[in-house]
Write a protein that binds this ligand. Sequence first.
Ligand code: CO8
Length: 258
Amino acid sequence: MAYETVLVETRGKVGIVTLNRPKALNALSAELVRELGQALDAFEADSAIGAIVLTGSEKAFAAGADIKEMATKGYMDVYLADFITSGWERVTTCRKPIVAAVAGYALGGGCEVAMMCDFILAADTAKFGQPEITIGTIPGAGGTQRLTRAVGKAKAMEMVLTGRMMDAAEAERSGLVSRVVPAADLLAEAVKAAEKMAGLSLPVVMLAKEAVNRAFETTLAEGVRFERRLFHSTFATEDQKEGMAAFVEKRPPAFRNR
Ligand code: CO8
């Protein structure tokens, strides 16, 4: 499929979506959000793909929702269209793992989309922020919730109330990103992590993702019970038999997604 605002490529079992509105620092227009959703739909439906990398440019992962598109909207426009919810949440409903590879600005909706991914790898040039307050609004795609869960109240409050940006080192210290890598290595490192996941058992990776995500939705006791049920269910897979047999026989496993 030909897209206007995203680039799509595959490397082995890894699907890569690159946000591509360079003149607007990848501002997340309605069209971009729609195309991002379509690209994720296609990778999710493709049984040859085991993991996805979402990235932007050297200068910006995404500098937020498209301010020029939003500026003149009224309450009824955004309310009736359920502006933000529709389309944006596609990243959170993807069952295959998604790595956000962030270089440069990840601001507003850009930071929110990165946080919707399963984990964020940051280039040393990355800058994260929720600057909506400086343009008369607040985060609307989960920023007040996911940032707070990721970095805690003190830093989230300061960032959301003042618009202060966090650099890559602070983001790593604060737990917002899993690792910081040199900008030149960002995509290669993200693809390497995605390849690792794509070489494992897809159904088991999906269960693991579901279990970690449940930690954000429930109590510890319920979460642990949920995890145990999923753990038990892995014993119904051929891939668990293969993985453990391969370990015992000292050979690499050949997972079949069964
Ligand atoms: N929307 C539209 N255009 C943008 C955006 C944006 N968010 N960010 C940058 N651009 C455009 C600029 O207008 C400029 O275009 P032009 O050359 O035509 O004037 C071009 O990108 C380059 O930008 P700058 O000249 O400003 O580049 P600088 O290097 O000087 O500055 C910054 C880079 C600091 C990133 C600066 O561009 C900036 O502050 N951008 C806005 C950041 C921001 O406020 N983001 C939050 C937006 S609100 C939001 O995301 C709400 C989320 C709610 C959920 C999503 C709902 C859809």
